[in-house]
Design a protein around this ligand. Structure first.
Ligand SMILES: [Zn+2]
Length: 425
């Protein structure tokens, strides 16, 4: 194994120190360390964070390898400072059996750039009719702990209740894509003043809030763990605040794009801004940001959703919803939160690692901790060029925007996956 001596790095914003990585762990920290065999990295001005963990990534393999593969998505993740991602189940075939989740898990190991933790489907084929083999997926080599029909809502309350009951036995989690389907039929964007003006069918906030309200009550009734994907409205924040005050075992995520972009982007009719749930209003953004700071929203998750050109660069009505996120998430977090490094580590590494049960992740760089970390240059500013992204797809909503921060290096258990801002393999 390689050894690395990282010189003058600021761990989570603290005074600069040296950090020696050896045998997969942080072996030593302190001023003026020496290690003649180690590769020296000059980290003047850089900040070390625990490797980021994404609870919501679409890797598209198996089935849509033209949009992303486990390997290309893993590389995009490492370049974004991530050391672990949870791969959503809406692949083709759907990850609803032990066989498919093991395939994804194995592909992740082969790529070797981040830990890929598969999420299993809740229902067979994401059809919302009968429960998938949750137990078989949990007992498989992939050891699935989170189940989600993401892309679809588990709309049937009886099925949702049974899923929550089933995973309780092994402390599993149901991650809900909260969208009441009858309230969002034909929806093209957020329902509000802009949708009225553009004449597009709206996706009302209440369609999300109603499902979250129902499911926190179900989770309380059953005593199971519930996770809410991509919370997007101010009303959802209030429902979650109420549920958490009651002690419901619910966690919630917000995406970078819902923290930054509003529904006015739809005025361009550029389908790169079409996403599900849709971009909301400035009022929603303010509530989501406040909830992220006060902890009602637990984590930032990317909902990285790569799409091939023919599925995205077409008329708004026909374009698939979804945006890239892995390579820009930390920059958006820095833009939104500023250099609050402890908060960023909490929302993007420690808490998602804890929710997903990824015990090797989410540890601050300190002696004895796994050397699973990332180095950020907070002073850098970069212009996002879609063609330069490592993802196989190009659907970033931040094209040609200037964003703060740049990932300089990423380490997974002591091995560099990114050095000098470039993927090692
Ligand atoms: Zn979703």
């Amino acid at each position: 194994m390689n050894s690395y001596l990282i010189r003058n790095v600021s761990v989570l914003g603290a005074a600069p120190t040296d950090l020696l990585i050896r045998d997969g762990v942080v072996a030593e920290t302190g001023a003026g360390l020496s290690a003649p065999d180690a590769t020296v990295i000059d980290a003047d001005g850089l900040v070390a964070l625990p490797g980021l963990v994404d609870l919501h990534t679409h890797l598209r393999e198996p089935g849509r390898e033209d949009a992303e593969t486990v390997e290309t998505g893993s590389r995009a993740a490492a370049l974004g400072g991530y050391t672990a991602v949870c791969a959503m189940a809406n692949t083709s075939p759907v990850a609803d059996t032990a066989g498919v989740v093991e395939q994804v898990w194995r592909l992740g190991r082969e790529a070797g750039l981040v830990d890929v933790q598969p999420i299993g489907a809740v229902t067979v084929g994401l059809a919302g009719e009968r429960l998938a083999e949750l137990g078989a997926m949990a007992e498989s080599a992939a050891r699935v702990r989170i189940f989600s029909d993401d892309g679809h809502c588990v709309a049937d309350p009886r099925l949702m209740r049974r899923a929550l009951e089933y995973v309780k036995a092994f402390d599993g989690i149901i991650a809900q894509h909260a969208e009441e389907p009858r309230l969002t039929e034909g929806a093209q964007m957020h329902e509000g003043e802009v949708s009225t003006r553009l004449g597009l069918t709206g996706w009302p906030a209440v369609a999300e809030e109603a499902i979250i309200a129902r499911d926190v009550l179900l989770a309380e009734h059953v005593g199971s763990r519930l996770h809410i994907c991509h919370v997007s409205t101010a009303g959802s924040v209030e429902v979650l605040r109420h549920a958490k005050a009651r002690g419901v075992r619910v966690t919630a995520e917000v995406t970078p794009h819902h923290l930054l972009l509003t529904d006015t982007r739809a005025e361009t009719y550029d389908p790169v801004f079409k996403v599900n749930p849709p971009l909301r209003t400035a009022t929603d953004i303010a509530a989501l940001r406040a909830a992220l700071v006060d902890g009602v929203i637990d984590i930032i998750a990317t909902d990285h959703a790569p799409h091939a050109v023919e599925d995205k660069e077409c008329e708004w009505a026909y374009a698939r919803p979804g945006m890239l996120g892995l390579e820009t998430a930390l920059s958006i977090a820095l833009d939104v939160l500023g250099p609050q490094w402890d908060l960023i580590a909490e929302r993007m590494s420690r808490t998602p690692a804890r929710i997903a049960g990824l015990t090797e992740h989410g540890h601050d760089p300190a002696p004895g901790a796994p050397a699973t970390l990332t180095l950020v240059d907070p002073a850098a500013r970069r212009v996002i060029e879609p063609a330069e992204l490592a993802s196989r797809s190009r659907n970033t909503p931040y094209a040609r925007m200037t964003l703060p921060g740049r990932i300089v290096a990423t380490f997974l258990r002591g091995e560099a996956t990114v050095l000098d801002g470039k993927a090692v393999k």
